[in-house]
Write a protein that binds this ligand. Structure first.
Ligand SMILES: Nc1ncnc2c1ncn2[C@@H]1O[C@H](COP(=O)(O)OP(=O)(O)O)[C@@H](O)[C@H]1O
Ligand SMILES: [Mg+2]
Length: 370
C-alpha cells in the first residue's frame, strides 16, 4: 500500500482556454478512500489521469509511496483503474477479463487462478466465470471491471465514475458493497464522482472541486456541516444549504423586515451571507398548535413535499425562499402560516463579496439562545 501525494499540478489542454487543473495539491493517506467530487468539467478526470500517468502535467509532481512517479509511464506506477465506460473485453469470458491484469503482469498461473477467484468471490461473480460480457447485465459488467482492477492487488486504486452507468437502485446497492469491499482490502483509493451523495457515502474524506481547484477537503460530515465557501454548501446536500443575506447589527442579524438574535464577532454593521441547512430549521404549525408560542419568526408555506422520511417544505420568509425539513408527520399545505426557529449554533456566515467563510477554520460563536 502507498500514500499518493499530488503537488501543485497544473494542466492546460492545448485546445483549452483555461487551466483544467489549477495548482492542485492533495494527499491521499496510505489506505485512505478519498473522493474527488464536483460538477462536470471541474477537472476531476484530468487530475485522476495525471495521477495515473495517462496525462502529462504542465508542472507539478505526483508521488506514490514516497517515489516521484511524475515521469513514469502508467504501467510502472503500481496502480489499477476502473473507468466509467467499463472497458471490459467483449471477446473474453468473465474469468479472462478478471484475470487480464494478472496475465499482463506475468503472475504465475496458479496464483492467477486463485487471485481471479478471490476477486470474483468478492464481487459475487463466481457463477458467471464462463459467460461473455454480452450475457451479463450492466451491473454485472461493472462488477467485472471492478473485479479486474482489484485482482491485481495494486498499491493504489483509481476509479472514475464507476457507478454512473448503473440505474439508481443498482447504484445505491453497489455503492454500499463497494464501500465494504474497499474497506476490507484497505487499498489506497482515489475515486471520482459528480454525485455528492455518493461522495459523502464512500469517502473517508471528500475533496470538493470547482473550476480546476479544490474548494475544500475534509471528512464528509465536517465539509457538509462547515462548508468553507458558499459553493461547497450549495453543492453538498439535498436540498442544498439555504443562503440568505442579512446585516449584522449589534447582537442582531437583520434579514429584510425580520431579525434574529445572533452575534457575529468581528463583523459589525456589515452584510453577511448566512448559510443554514434545511434540517437545522424547526417548523412549528400555527396557529392552533399548542407549541406555537411567540418563539421564532413567521413564514408561509409555498410547497409541502412528503419524502417519506421527512416533510420537505419550501417556505417564504423575509422576502426569500427557504427549504425546511420537518418531521414526516408535519401537516402543512400551501398558504399555511407557520413559525420557524433556527438552531443558531448551526448558522454559517460568509463574506458576501468573496463567499468564503467569515472566519477561516473556526466559525463565530453563536451558541447563546435566541
Ligand atoms: N482531452 C481534452 N482536450 C481538451 N480539453 C479537455 C480535454 N479533457 C478535458 N478537457 C477540458 O478540461 C476541463 C476539465 O475536464 P475534466 O477533467 O474531464 O472534468 P470532469 O472530469 O470534472 O468532468 C473541462 O473544461 C474539459 O472541457
Ligand atoms: Mg470526468
Amino acid at each position: 500500500m502507498a500514500a499518493v501525494v499530488v503537488d501543485r499540478l497544473v494542466k492546460t489542454y492545448p485546445s483549452g482556454s483555461r487551466r483544467a487543473t489549477d495548482d492542485i495539491s492533495l494527499e491521499v493517506a496510505d489506505g485512505e478512500f478519498l473522493v474527488l467530487v464536483g460538477p462536470s468539467g471541474c477537472g476531476k478526470t484530468t487530475l485522476l489521469r495525471m495521477v495515473a500517468g495517462l496525462e502529462t502535467p504542465d508542472s507539478g509532481s505526483v508521488r506514490i509511496g514516497g517515489r516521484d512517479v511524475t515521469a513514469l509511464p502508467a504501467r510502472e506506477r503500481g496502480l489499477s483503474m476502473v473507468f466509467q465506460s467499463y472497458a471490459i473485453f467483449p471477446h473474453l469470458k468473465v474469468r479472462d477479463n478478471i484475470g487480464f491484469g494478472l496475465r499482463m503482469r506475468k503472475v504465475a498461473k496458479a496464483e492467477q487462478t486463485s487471485r481471479m477467484q478471490r476477486a470474483a468471490d468478492l464481487l459475487d461473480l463466481s457463477d458467471y466465470l464462463d459467460r461473455y460480457p454480452a450475457q451479463l447485465s450492466g451491473g454485472q459488467r461493472q462488477r467485472v471491471a471492478v473485479a479486474r482492477a482489484i485482482a491485481v492487488d495494486a498499491d493504489v486504486l483509481l476509479m472514475d465514475e464507476p457507478l454512473s452507468n448503473l440505474d439508481a437502485l443498482l447504484r445505491l446497492q453497489f455503492r454500499a458493497e463497494l464501500k465494504k469491499i474497499v474497506a476490507r482490502l484497505g487499498t489506497t483509493t482515489l475515486y471520482v464522482t459528480h454525485d455528492q451523495a455518493e461522495a459523502m457515502s464512500l469517502g473517508d474524506r471528500v475533496a470538493v472541486m470547482r473550476d480546476g481547484r479544490i474548494a475544500q477537503a475534509g471528512a464528509p460530515m465536517e465539509v457538509y456541516d462547515r462548508p468553507a465557501e458558499q459553493f461547497v454548501g450549495g453543492f453538498l446536500g439535498a436540498p442544498p444549504m439555504n443562503f440568505f443575506l442579512g446585516t449584522v447589527e449589534g447582537s442582531r442579524l437583520v434579514v429584510g423586515d425580520e431579525a434574529l438574535a445572533v452575534r457575529v464577532p468581528g463583523w459589525q454593521d456589515k452584510k453577511a451571507l448566512v448559510g443554514v441547512r434545511a434540517e437545522n430549521i424547526t417548523a412549528v404549525a400555527s396557529p392552533g398548535d399548542p407549541h406555537a408560542g411567540p418563539a421564532g419568526v413567521a413564514a408561509e408555506v409555498e410547497v409541502a413535499e412528503p419524502t417519506g422520511a421527512a416533510m420537505l417544505l419550501t417556505v417564504r420568509w423575509a422576502g426569500g425562499e427557504l427549504k425546511v425539513q420537518a418531521g414526516p408527520g408535519f401537516r402543512a399545505a400551501a398558504g399555511d402560516r407557520i413559525r420557524l426557529t433556527f438552531a443558531d449554533a448551526t448558522l454559517r456566515f460568509y463574506d458576501p463579496e468573496t463567499s468564503l467563510a467569515l472566519t477561516a477554520g473556526g466559525f463565530p460563536d453563536t451558541s447563546h439562545p435566541m
